[in-house]
Design a protein around this ligand. Structure first.
Ligand SMILES: Nc1ncnc2c1ncn2[C@@H]1O[C@H](COP(=O)(O)OP(=O)(O)OP(=O)(O)O)[C@@H](O)[C@H]1O
Ligand SMILES: [Mg+2]
Length: 419
């Protein structure tokens, strides 16, 4: 029988501790200071100045120097454009937008991959180094010193990445939208990586207990029920924290997403979104204590059903971010173009939200423009042009809107050559 976990201290990384981490880094001398001064407008923003890969995806080795502003990576299909921006996304989130595990990120036949990113913020710089060891613990170094847990540097770089896979944000299962919310929560406050993994652990253990009780097909004894009570309180505690954070997030995100969609697709049906909780359709407060009580009560009510079915039926893992276009749910009704614009609107809203928190995230647009008609293309280009750093991939130069002038690289056969 699984035993309840010890209560662990909250993971230390918050936005404030990250700021402190940046402050502790040494100041750059000479040219760095000059550059920071001449870029006064962008001066409190983070950008990636350098990316170095070793055995990451198709690259045995790669080096790219980057600047603030727009950078386009252009080249035929399958040449490694997405691999580059995926690596930058990995530095920000310690995960890939297109692989559920780390194994596909390591070049075929190599034991590990290394991603190094040089970041610049104000007149400080940071060198982040991540060693990806599939099946084993990954390792991280900050300015060449080992970091005890990679999670501690999560959030030093923040990215918003929009890619063709994002269509599943609108068309896919609720789990896709829950992941979107939780990743955004983590980007805003990295300690949510800990909250999320605590919740997942509690859920897994609780489900194991329910499953074994259901398998015995007789009334569970007092010992099982007592253990379940303990798991209920753990689920209510961590679940209420996740639920409250998601409710606050959706409230902040909603007006931004509505506006972003209206900008991208003017004249169409209005977009809207709301959070649908397994606690029912009533209005929920964001008071953690109240939510924990409500979760406990709902778990009590569904206990018999949970014991019959052997799964947890109440909690944020059952919740949904409902997207609507006009009168209809977007999922199942929206056209391909509408779904694409809605997904893009959600990413732009995420970008606006992170930007409102403080530092501009790096915006990554992977193969986005080819899918858009000319009107949407130029509206998107206008929207993103002001971002601190925008990285774009495209198969042909014509897919990069003329409004987005900046550096351009040709990616072909594993070579990344500045045009
Ligand atoms: N772990 C790996 N080891 C070796 N090669 C890999 C690995 N993962 C992916 N690749 C190769 O990387 C290439 C895909 O690169 P990528 O997705 O960056 O292409 P792209 O330039 O973005 O293409 P497109 O324009 O079609 O999106 C494929 O040829 C694939 O086989
Ligand atoms: Mg690609």
């Amino acid at each position: 029988m699984p035993t309840p976990p010890e209560r662990r201290p909250a993971p230390p990384t918050t936005h404030t501790t990250l700021r402190r981490l940046w402050t502790r880094l040494p100041r750059m001398g000479g040219r760095g200071v000059l550059k920071a001064t001449t870029e006064a407008l962008r001066s409190c923003l983070v950008h990636v100045a350098h990316l170095s890969l070793q055995d990451f995806r198709s690259y045995p080795a790669a080096e790219v120097a980057l600047e603030p502003g727009v950078t386009a990576f252009v080249g035929p299909n399958g040449q490694g454009k997405t691999n580059l921006v995926e690596a930058i996304g990995y530095v920000a989130s310690h995960g890939s937008h297109r692989a559920a595990t780390d194994a596909p990120l390591v070049r075929h036949g190599a034991p590990r991959a290394i991603v190094r990113a040089g970041l610049v913020k104000d007149d400080r710089k940071a060198l982040i180094e991540l060693e990806i060891n599939p099946g084993k613990a990954n390792r991280a170094r900050l300015n060449r010193s080992p970091v005890p847990r990679p999670r501690e540097i999560l959030g030093m770089l923040r990215t918003v990445l929009f890619a063709p896979e994002d269509l599943s944000l609108v068309k896919g299962d609720p789990g896709e939208r829950r992941r979107f919310m939780d990743e955004l929560l983590t980007a805003r406050a990295p300690r949510f990586a800990g909250v999320r993994s605590d919740y997942d652990r509690v859920l897994k253990q609780r489900n194991a207990l329910l499953k074994s009780a259901a398998a015995h097909r007789r009334s569970p004894g007092p010992e099982v029920l007592a253990t379940l009570d303990v798991w209920d309180s753990h689920l209510a505690r961590t679940g209420s924290e996740l639920l409250a954070a998601r409710l606050e997030l959706v409230e902040a995100l909603r007006p931004l997403a509505v506006r972003a969609y209206a900008t991208l697709a003017p004249g169409g049906d209005a977009a809207d979104l709301h959070y649908k909780s397994s606690l029912g359709d009533g209005e929920l407060s964001t008071d953690r204590g109240k939510l924990a009580d409500q979760l406990l009560a709902a778990l009590g009510e569904s206990r018999k059903q949970e014991l019959d079915r052997g799964v947890s039926l109440v909690g944020p893992h059952r919740d949904e971010l409902v997207l609507r276009l006009g009168e209809f749910p977007a999922r199942g009704y929206a056209s391909h173009g509408e779904s694409w614009s809605f997904a893009l609107g959600l990413r732009l809203a995420a970008f606006d939200l992170l930007r409102a928190d403080g530092d501009d995230p790096v915006l990554i647009l992977d193969d986005v423009f080819a899918e858009l008609d000319t009107g949407r293309r130029s509206r998107l280009a206008e929207t993103v042009a002001a971002a601190e750093q925008v990285l774009i991939t495209a198969a042909v130069p014509a897919d990069v809107p003329a409004e987005l002038t900046g550096a351009s690289y040709t990616v072909s056969d594993g070579q990344i050559v500045r045009d």
